[in-house]
Design a protein around this ligand. Sequence first.
Ligand code: GLA
Length: 696
Amino acid sequence: MNGDERYAIPRLPALGFGGDWNPEQWEPSVWAEDLRLMVEAHVNLVTVGVFSWAFLEPAPGRYEFGWLDTVLDACLAAGVRVDLATATASPPPWLGHLWPESLPVTDQGVRLAYGARQQYCPSSPIYRDKALALADRISHRYADHDAVVMWHVGNEYGAHTPACWCDTSAEAFRDWLVKRYGSLDVLNDSWATAFWSQRFSDWAEVIPPRRTPYFPNPTQQLDFKRFSSDAMLDLFRAERDVIRGHSAPDKPITTNFMRFFPHADYWAWAAAEDLVSDDWYPDLADSSSHVEGAAGADLMRSLGDGRPWLLMEQAVSAINWRSVNPPKSGGEYRRWSLQQVARGADAVLHFQWRAAVGGAEKWHSAMLPHAGPRTRTWRSVVALGAELESLDSLAGARTHADVGIVLDWNSWWALELDSRPSTGLSLVSIIRQWYEPLWARGYAIDFVHPESDLSRYPLVLVPQLYLSTDAAAQSVIDAAAAGSTVVVGYFSGAVDESDHVRLGGYPAPWQDLLGLWVEEYRPLLPGQSVDLIAHEGTGLSGALKGREWTEHVHATDADVVLSYVGGDLDGAPAVTRRRLPGIGEGTAWYISVGLEAPDLGALLLDIGAASGALPILHTPPPTDVEVAVRETETERYLFLLNHGTTGQEVDISPPGPARRPSWRLLPSREQADGAVVVPAGDVVILVSNQERTSDS
Ligand code: GLA
């Protein structure tokens, strides 16, 4: 059987629906009921074996696959396809017992015990040998099994053990550094070891940043974060290559990501995967979780370069690991699931299929709750399964975005180290402040690596890029030269890839581009604010406040749009704009101050409107209504999601001079013209034959 490459999972020509199934936690007599109910719920994909190592290899080298043979054969017979795990996420007790050196060590030298999960040092040779041997056995045995349509390596790499500080890791770190720097002299320069008498005279002296009396060397910390991401990625690649040795290429290999996860450079990881997949557990205490839900989904689509991705895990209702864990309301479950589909997911999968009886996750919701099918949860699962089945023609659809937001893990790591002008700057919250107003206006938004071609976006946002390589700095300049509008946020371009200050005034790489230089960074104390005044039509007026951060900016060749008022910076530029000379060249903005959210939003929307970036709809959608579009060759799907508590009317006219698409409501296929009402908490999906609203 050969798969259809138009689909994210070529051997599953549909949107995926299902979840983690842990049959080993149940008597085999329960399995038949599981499969019967899966079929009833429209489940077509289950992830099997994520935590099954102790059942597949109960003692070192003694493998038992009989139960898994039965499970996979039963899945095939029931028409349920399988995302088969390599089962290496949680080693059995025997590994830590016989080889305690495989257990991870903290920066304070504490060796962690087995008894939870993910208790392995990423650089442990014995863990690696045993994990690869298991992955080899599993993928060899099941590569040609027709139930298996894809592979799931590990699980949430780094979720609990993102790094290890043991002696084996120290050795692996040194090997990584030798490859990166070649010589100790180069490392000494990069780590600025002339400072505090830190100069190394022998490679053996180089160690991970263990607990020290005061700030550890910042570049050592930065390199250790890079190394730790690479060490885990190396494990993923090794298992992937073992699978590739046995399996057909149309059975994609993935590992599940965790959205804006700080400990792994997902650009590098995504490039190593066949398919991006992700887990999302919104915080029900945060009334704006849906904004994070949108941004995380956009990140996943972007990591896969626009290809559809899989929502590998979400909870149907409550989780069990925050301090208080309320259930989702029925509306949230459907709406948030469809939100992920609207933003590029071609599968909605869950942790987990059947609620557990024992163990640490017995109070985590599941598709099939403890009370069984006579429940609200079950009914909402079956309904969503049916709805996704009716949307199968959407599979493979893509989203074209006019807005690109620059995101780089190296810069994120460096920004949030200790010993900075402010430890109050959080990359995710800055990105969120920039993302939200454009999302609310209904722009399609990509995240983008700074060294990629940014000029494909009319609007390029650089909210925070504290660390920039030379290539990244040039890429921002090139985008503006090619006609993009580029907006750079404060404390960007400050250091190079070694976390060394770029001298000669900040942000050194972009002084010409922005037409300014910065004399001094001036973070504000908590609660402190500065006054600002708007100079010309920017969408801003009246008394504005700046918080968190200010800078002493000198404009050399830029229009001053906002200035500081009073204090040391009285009259100095706070926000500037430079129109690049020459036809077809773009505009470069600099925002040196922490604006309040509504002001930042108004400014970014104004800049966006002038940039030529087109939102999805001509008229701004009502508050709390999210808009998203996906397109196949033949059809265009418009999603309207009402996250609010009152019904809203949405004008669905396209922006610009494009012809009005002829929209039909799903599932009725009734014609919809002009405006559509979206009830509170509801989702409306429309389809039209493909007629692009822009010539993009
Ligand atoms: C993560 C894990 C799952 C499960 C869920 C619970 O996503 O991958 O195994 O523990 O959390 O929310």
